[in-house]
Design a protein around this ligand. Structure first.
Ligand code: PGA
Length: 242
């Protein structure tokens, strides 16, 4: 079956009012009406207002990079799913490996965040992926299955998005080969519906995107570094539309 590809930019902790405006202007100037692939950007929280104002009514959707598992209350520094909805977010990244590794998010917390996002009508982009050590120990499938199953225990996946992001490929310039990606995507596919989009993430560049997207179970990409340069990101979106 043909799933519409999604190319989502994860800006991480980058940007400023001025650079965001320049990037969005450059994307909108070239994006082309139905680009073939859906396109979204995920800026840091404080820029959601700016991004939503600029992107409303355009072919580019937006989302956040994290969300609280709680609905409201005494949670200093946290942002709820309902707040993200107020800024027009369609997507929210959940369980990114940087959140898991640097901020101690475990599978149960990630599952709670996923459920909170769903409950508020957001589309979570759930990230799973193994470290280099886990890959070398032959544990890739066990790790991604554990990360995904914890979420499936708690919430239905329905039209949520899954992203396979091998930790060793994130920000390292070392991309998984299309075959390595396809193997894990095919494994994950057995646990979700045939309609679920499974994105690949990890050092995707304009040059490598087409070969990865050509794999039967790769339905687009979650793009970090390359989403900060308009020409590079546009070329990846275009590859997603082929
Ligand atoms: P990268 O990041 O493209 O810079 O490797 C991907 C991600 O972390 O989502």
């Amino acid at each position: 079956m043909r799933r519409t590809r999604l190319v989502a930019g994860n800006w991480k902790m980058h940007g400023s009012r001025a650079s965001n405006q320049a990037l969005l202007d450059a994307l909108l100037a070239e994006i082309g009406v139905p680009a073939g692939a859906e396109c979204a950007v995920c800026p840091p929280f404080p820029y959601l207002q700016q991004v939503s104002e600029r992107l409303r009514g355009t072919p580019i959707a937006w989302g956040a990079q994290n969300v609280s598992e709680h609905a409201q209350g005494a949670h200093t520094g946290e942002v709820s799913a309902a707040m993200l909805r107020e800024f027009g977010c369609r997507y929210v990244i959940v369980g990114h490996s940087e959140r898991r590794q640097l901020y101690g998010e475990g599978d149960a917390q990630v599952a709670a965040k996923f459920a909170a996002a769903r409950g508020a009508g957001l589309t979570p982009i759930l990230c799973v992926g193994e470290t280099l050590q886990e890959r070398e120990a032959g544990r890739t499938e066990e790790v991604v299955a554990r990360q995904l199953d914890e979420v499936l225990k708690k919430a239905s996946f329905e039209d949520a998005v899954l992203a396979y992001e091998p930790v060793w490929a994130i920000g390292t310039g070392r991309t998984a080969t299309p075959q390595q990606a396809q193997e894990v995507h095919a494994f994950l596919r057995k646990r979700v519906s045939n309609a679920t989009r499974i994105l690949y993430g990890g050092s995707v560049k304009a040059q490598s995107a087409a070969a990865i997207f050509a794999m039967p179970d790769v339905d687009g990409g979650l793009i970090g570094g390359a989403s900060l340069a308009a020409t590079e990101f546009l070329a990846i979106v275009k590859a997603g539309g082929q």
